[in-house]
Ligand binder design. Structure first.
Ligand SMILES: Cc1cc2nc3c(=O)[nH]c(=O)nc-3n(C[C@H](O)[C@H](O)[C@H](O)COP(=O)(O)O)c2cc1C
Length: 331
């Protein structure tokens, strides 16, 4: 098995279905600080996905699997039928994918009813079988990782699941420090990450509730993991990864102001306009992002209110362009 030597500390952008698509990856990796990112999960059921599907989830395949900023993208798969997952994974590899991540944490009822995602955390043997099958069938050069929660309704099998992922032959493990039933409710149990880290030997990425540089330092201290994945915090504070990377490099940390962020938001809106023929798409994505930023940047709420009733893209683009000139939405 080839050795995947990844220098630490690595900073990963979390997979977030409906939130971190290629457009968000483009913006956040251009803002800087991330070493790698992951697609939204691709559900594997009975069929074999076409090239068009892989490209839909990962348009970066047209750019050698890199975002425009040059950040590598991993394809995430979710399923429970190891044979069909292997066939699909090989098919994705034939389309250019060279990093595959397995989802053992999705809480969605539809997914769990079909034995995918977090429900598998009740069955470490099945997890091991899925990881092993994929590792055996994929070319050595393809990096295989897995992402898990601490359990389904309790944490009794957390270590067993992590060890199953290691025994199956994955090269990297990300742990979101909550069970499925804990959803996204604080707190994330960072001390559990330390327990797992002490019991597995593969590189481990700590994940859950990092919303500041302070949280980042704390999760590393408590978990003992050098590598960290940022999810919602990266969307709410778009330069959080850049702040962290600068701090790790011993550089000064100057958070971006709201005025600094406005051109990025306008660029995001433009990219969303190009991405979909559905005129509602770009508006919905813009509102979604502003909605997440408003707890950190009060001007985001004012901007949200200003565009709330607008439907015309051009009118919204003008508000975004002129945003910085309106005193009431300056930070
Ligand atoms: C809207 C949303 C969608 C998500 N979609 C995925 C997904 O597709 N695959 C996955 O492994 N995790 C998914 N997650 C979980 C995140 O990757 C991450 O583990 C979780 O949000 C905890 O990290 P955070 O506290 O930094 O957000 C999702 C989370 C959210 C909030």
């Amino acid at each position: 098995m080839s050795n995947f030597l990844i220098p630490s500390p690595q900073l990963y952008l979390a997979p977030m279905q409906g939130l971190v698509d290629d457009v968000m990856r483009t913006i956040l990796t251009q803002l800087g600080g991330f070493d790698a990112c992951v697609t939204e999960f691709v559900r594997i059921t009975h069929t074999v996905h076409s090239r068009a599907t892989w490209l839909k989830y990962m348009p970066e395949l047209a750019n050698n699997g890199l975002t425009p900023a040059g950040t590598p993208v991993t394809m995430q798969l979710l399923g429970s039928d190891e044979e069909n997952m292997a066939v699909n994974a090989l098919n994705a590899v034939a389309c250019g994918v060279d990093r595959i991540d397995l989802n053992f944490g999705c809480p969605a009822p539809t997914v769990n009813r079909h034995e995918g995602g977090a429900v598998l955390l009740r069955n470490p043997h099945k997890i091991e079988s899925i990881v092993r099958t994929l590792r055996q069938r994929l070319p050595e050069k393809v990096m295989l990782s897995a992402k898990m929660r601490l359990g389904y309704d309790n944490k009794n099998l957390a270590l067993a699941c992590a060890q199953a992922i290691e025994a199956g032959g994955a090269q990297l493990l990300t742990v979101h420090a909550r069970t499925k039933v804990e959803g996204y409710r604080p707190p994330a149990h960072w001390s559990w990450l330390a327990k797992i880290r002490q019991n597995v030997h593969l590189p481990m990425v700590a994940n859950g509730d990092v919303f500041s540089l302070h949280d980042y330092r704390l999760i590393r201290d408590i978990s003992g993991c050098d590598d960290v994945m940022l999810g919602r915090g990266a969307v709410m504070i778009p330069d959080l990864a850049r702040q962290i990377a600068n701090d790790n490099a011993g550089k000064s940390v100057m958070p971006l102001s709201w005025d600094d962020l406005l051109p990025w938001i306008a660029h995001f809106f433009q990219l969303c306009r190009y991405k979909s023929d559905n005129p509602k798409f770009a508006v919905a994505r813009l509102k979604q992002w502003l909605g997440m930023m408003k707890s950190v940047y009060p001007p985001a709420l004012i901007l949200f209110e200003r565009i709330r009733t607008l439907q015309q893209h051009d009118a919204i683009a003008i508000v975004l362009r002129d945003g910085a000139n309106h005193s009431e939405i300056q930070s």
